[in-house]
Design a protein around this ligand. Sequence first.
Ligand code: SF4
Length: 287
Amino acid sequence: MKVTIDPDAGFCFGVSRAIAAAENELSAGGELYCLGDIVHNSEELERLKSKGLKVITHEDLPMLSGKKVLIRAHGEPPQTFETASKLNITLIDATCPIVNKLQQRISKSSQASAVEGGSVLIYGKPGHAEVVGLVGQTDGKAIVINKKEDLDKVDFSKPVHLYSQTTMDKEGLDDIAGEIEKRLENSGGQGVKVHNTICGQVSGRAPLVRAFAMKHDVIVFVSGKKSSNGAWLFSICHTQNERSYFVSSKEELQKDWFRGAESVGVTGATSTPPWLLNEIAGEISTF
Ligand code: SF4
């Protein structure tokens, strides 16, 4: 049985960068706190915690005066930066540059909407850290759209800007944009500007993972259970190859999945560490 690791799997650029920033600080021997999970992968999180990283929430900030706090790739709203400055906390800002640019674009659209009228919509998951950071750029005025019914809250008589959380799927964004067009026709509104701000590192993975899933008898997909990108990419694998299995650690592997298989492909989400893909591929090779 041949076991192949997907050459395109592993961390996206933003997550790699945030982890490198954390490891840099930790190797210098200092204390480092991270606002929220640095990556949606518990194995990688445990590895970093064992090196001294402490995961905190916003409620912990008042106790961390004089300490170093890392902002993860998802970014934060401006209020977090203001709070940290008041508390004399040193921030290590590892916001992904792609998210950072999106925050700036949303902020500009929101300022224009405040002058001309209109709404800024963000297609994303309510409460997701990146979305909270994006809404924060608009003083809380942006409307989060997760499903078509959420559009009932929007005034279509004024211009509308539609953005997307970077990790959403293109089909979903197209669906929401199509529904907006329909509502505009019915209401005689002023139009919508759709900004496709889905990250290429996410959308580019879909065709690659589809092709990889077709090449092997069995696919083992490795991801944290909290990763929305992982759930989405796994669904693509499973549609392509019904012998696809989702695991978060080598302990979840089952020998009978591989019965009669000649080739096994191991792949994962943009938050899956390369060392974990290697570990799981190594374990499968012993079956
Ligand atoms: S998915 Fe894209 S936007 Fe999000 S952290 Fe990774 S590189 Fe940055």
